[in-house]
Design a protein around this ligand. Structure first.
Ligand SMILES: [Fe+2]
Length: 424
């Protein structure tokens, strides 16, 4: 619980820093100041006390120390950077452990007095497309814990972000003597910044995985809910901003489970009233956490708060009825329930697909919104019958099912629901 909590806090911190970093790195202000902010942000996210940022000059074949913190090295210090090593570092796309570097880059990491002097533990490539723009080196973590895969993932999201910024700043610096071609490149890079979606998606997915990691039964749950919800939202023709909000909310809807005892989440038997009350708090906690983050799309926190509401008003935490539920909520409710039904849970094994479909059908107009259910079942029908080019639901199923029979059953229910909707 402690570990998942710390990881969450870290990811949340990095999400807000990324946004600020974007503004700083695309500003025309003092270049070195911007690099310092970038390095500080990355160090604060890990967190570490020693770090240095070096820029790569491909023509001079050197790395030059620009800014450092917690180490007694002066800016301007240089490290030779032979082109094959720069290319190898670029191709790695992950931080290098200074204690065990891959052979292609070991000459740089082991042979350079700079990394030794600062007791670097990680050497992180900063790359823009196939070009090495610089390197960040950091020491051991504050906690003394070893670096793991989750650290690597988070660090690379930030490093890629910083690299785009450096590349853009360098172009800006050369802009004085610019021609139109260069101006076009700067504009292209600025667009890259405005398009934060990729970086957001990575961070949000990492955050969702951290939530699921708390409970082995929910591993992969957030990711599957997001895939299902997005497919249904697209089928219903929701605007792209609402689809993106729903994707983020789906990854993060259960973040409030961080406040629920792991013992309760994994309890195999019946829950007491008191335990149930604890479980029922998680959407409100999700809301409290997420409403502090400035997402680029509206209603993310709201969708997470209401993912357990029902259209008959018997859900929780606010017992909202049908009218109060925006489309994103109606969709996530069905995606979340379906994935819970078809996954193993501490108190029962996964239901087979036919049984899950029967329960979903039974819930129409009571628990689930008819239009969202119809769209969901139609997407599932196309996937089961093999006519969907990019299936979102079926790849998440673990139990075998008779495809032809299930497809026929689904087609029948979809027609039934069409009649239901057409009724005056
Ligand atoms: Fe939930």
């Amino acid at each position: 619980m402690m570990q998942a909590g710390a990881q969450l806090r870290r990811l949340m911190f990095s999400m807000s820093t990324l946004e600020e970093l974007g503004e700083v790195l695309s500003a025309r202000s003092n270049f070195r100041e911007n690099l310092r902010t970038a390095l500080w942000s990355l160090m604060g996210t890990v967190p570490v006390s020693r770090g240095a940022l070096l820029l790569h000059d491909a023509r001079r074949r050197t790395l030059t120390l620009e800014v450092a913190r917690g180490v007694t090295l002066s800016p301007g210090l240089q490290v030779p950077m032979p082109p094959p090593v720069a290319r190898a570092l670029c191709r790695l796309r992950r931080p290098v452990r200074a204690a065990s570097p891959p052979p292609a880059v070991s000459r740089l990491v082991r042979g350079s007095p700079l990394f030794g002097a600062m007791a670097a533990a990680l050497v992180i490539p900063l790359r823009f497309k196939a070009e090495l723009v610089g390197v960040i080196a950091v020491g051991e973590k504050y906690t003394g814990a070893p670096y793991g895969a989750a650290d690597d993932e988070l660090i690379m999201v930030m490093a890629n972000y910083i690299a785009i910024g450096i590349h853009n700043q360098e172009l800006l610096r050369h802009l004085e003597s610019a021609n139109t071609k260069l101006r076009r490149k700067v504009a292209e890079n600025r667009r890259l910044y405005r398009d934060l979606e990729g970086i957001y998606a990575d961070t949000v997915r990492a955050l969702g995985a951290a939530i699921d990691a708390k409970d082995p039964y929910t591993r992969g749950h957030s990711d599957r809910v997001a895939r299902i919800a997005v497919a249904v939202a697209r089928a219903l023709g929701l605007p792209e901003a609402e689809v993106n909000a729903l994707r983020i909310a789906s990854h993060l809807h259960d973040v409030g489970k961080i406040a629920v005892d792991t013992g309760i989440l994994q309890k195999p038997g019946r829950l007491s009233d008191q335990e149930m009350t604890q479980i029922h708090r998680h959407p409100t906690v999700s809301y409290d956490i997420l409403s502090n983050i400035a997402f680029p799309y509206p209603d993310v926190a709201l969708i997470a708060r209401h993912h357990h509401e029902r259209i008959d008003g018997a859900g929780y935490p606010d017992r909202l009825g049908s009218e109060a539920l925006i489309p994103g909520i109606r969709i996530i409710a069905i995606a979340d329930s379906f994935d819970a039904m078809t996954s193993d849970r501490p108190y029962r094994p996964a239901l087979d697909l036919e049984e899950a479909i029967r329960r979903i059908r039974e819930g129409v107009g009571v628990q689930f919104d008819p239009a969202a259910t119809r769209a969901f079942l139609a997407v599932l029908r196309d996937e089961v019958s093999g006519s969907a080019p990019d299936p979102a639901i079926v790849p998440g199923l673990t139990r075998h099912f008779p495809a032809a029979e299930v497809a026929e059953r689904l087609a029948g229910i979809v027609t039934e629901l069409d009649t239901f909707a057409a009724r005056p």
